[in-house]
Design a protein around this ligand. Structure first.
Ligand code: AMP
Length: 441
């Protein structure tokens, strides 16, 4: 209402803590990343999947594990309104990651009945109630991919792991993110992990008293998670613990060797990180993270992570369907780009300046013609002075201003002003679209 005092700051409506608006021109960087991702996925024959943001809480409890921070501490979950008074409402959750939803969909729609392997990608928001800071949000975006299928279709093959890792390397290179490191490990299969867990428990029993409260709890509930610990004082102790690599059985050892051999053959560089265990319970064998070199991300330096999850489908009631996937943190990826938003933002090819009354109609007709030829057009208004139109066009980064006045319409040719040089020429209507979309020298 006119004259009303602006609301006190505390009353202003704001984006919820840990969520944010992605505004132009920054959104151009997001478009740039997503377009590159779609191009790369197409070349590797991945197809898009869109699963719901809302899932049954039980899906994440089973797929990700209640002991993980993601499910145990960071979920946005609630009881939905019951359909009848006698019933309990369904427990719902905002997805904290997308692999669980993809595997649920794989089972629900029997995707194994389709030919070959299921190779899907997704781009979308995920939700975790983490303490927000630079690069860490409560709503963040992931670009991810999954390959799942029956073993008879090759889903267990090391070639699948290598293809996915090489795809990632190609994608990061395409975005101009140089100097990344691929950190690689194998965490073996369930039986390796059982033996490793025993050894770990034993090793921890002597040292856990000196560790943080989380590690004390993990030592009892899920010792492997001790490797997720970020507490500096615990790190020297963690260094002394056994390594999973020493507990792999022969098939897992051979699988890991084959992955490495394929990466070597394709000249995809990696470093082995025996402490890399990943935060989620369903991983088996190959586990990986890509770490960017540049310091743009501060403490939140992992751009992406992923790994194999050969037992996940069965643990959700599906068939034996080994799989592997990754999730890239899109927010962090965008932060680590060297490209500027301005360089990738779409700018108008031309700004149409209608001059004089009745010219908005002519401008609209011309804009329609030119846009049909893929020119990017912004328009002024017949009420604007030419000076104002030109100033606005310059601010918007347009390449040309097209003057639409009564004389031009009658003559069937328009005065076109090139904004960087100030050069002006008359261009016949029929040639205008071609003229505008030609690159300027
Ligand atoms: P994860 O599903 O935990 O393996 O995460 C995969 C990637 O998602 C990480 O490497 C991060 O880049 C990104 N990520 C995870 N949590 C967040 C968050 N709270 N805010 C922004 N990015 C995140």
């Amino acid at each position: 209402m006119a004259g009303q005092e602006p609301k006190a700051k505390s009353q202003q409506l704001r984006a919820v803590r840990g969520t944010r608006d992605i505004l132009p021109p920054e959104s151009a960087l997001w478009n740039f990343v997503e377009a590159a991702a779609r191009d790369v996925f197409r070349a590797y024959n991945f197809h898009e999947i869109r699963t719901p943001i809302l899932e049954d809480l039980g899906l994440f409890q089973r797929a990700v594990g209640e002991e993980t921070d993601v499910v145990g501490k960071e979920m946005f979950a609630w009881e939905d309104r019951a359909r009848a008074e006698s019933e309990k409402g369904q427990m719902l959750a905002l997805r904290p990651e997308n692999t669980a939803g993809v595997v649920r969909a794989y089972i629900e729609h029997k995707l194994w009945e389709r030919p070959g392997l299921t190779k899907v990608f997704y781009i979308g928001p995920q939700f975790r109630r983490e303490r927000p800071q630079k690069g860490r949000y409560r709503q963040f975006f992931q670009i991810g991919a999954e390959v799942i299928g029956p073993p008879a279709n090759g889903s267990e093959s090391a070639a699948v792991d290598a293809e996915l890792l090489e795809l990632l390397a190609t994608f990061l290179d395409r975005l101009g993110i140089s100097g990344w490191t691929l950190e690689l490990n194998s965490i073996g299969c369930a039986s390796d992990r059982a033996r490793f867990n025993d050894a770990l428990k034993q090793a921890l029993s002597g040292v856990v008293e000196k560790m943080c409260v989380d590690c004390k709890r993990r030592a009892v509930t899920n010792p492997l998670r001790v490797f997720d610990c970020k507490v500096p004082a615990d790190q020297p102790i963690i260094e002394t613990l056994p390594k999973i690599a020493d507990y792999l059985d022969e098939p897992c050892r051979a699988h890991f060797a084959a992955v490495r051999e394929l990466l070597d053959a394709m000249s995809v560089a990696y470093t082995l990180n025996p402490r890399l265990v990943r935060g989620l319970d369903y991983y088996t064998r190959t586990a990986f993270e890509f770490i960017p070199r540049s310091g743009t991300l501060g403490a939140q330096n992992a751009i992406l992570g992923g790994g194999r999850y050969d037992g996940l489908s069965e643990s959700l009631g599906g068939p034996h369907a080994p799989g592997i996937g990754f999730a890239i943190g899109e927010d962090r990826l965008v932060m680590s780009l060297t490209e500027s938003a301005d360089a990738v933002a779409v700018k108008p090819d031309a700004y149409i300046a209608p001059l004089g009354s009745g010219m908005n109609k002519e401008a609209a007709k011309l804009a329609r013609e030119l846009r049909h030829h893929d020119a990017v057009i912004e328009m002024g208004d017949e009420g604007f002075k030419l000076k104002k139109s030109i100033e606005t066009a310059v601010k918007l980064g347009a390449r040309y201003v097209i003057i639409v006045g009564e004389n031009e319409v009658k003559a069937g040719a328009f005065a076109v002003k090139r904004l960087d040089s100030g050069e002006q020429q008359n261009v016949p209507r029929a040639e205008l679209a071609g003229f505008l979309t030609r690159p300027t020298r």
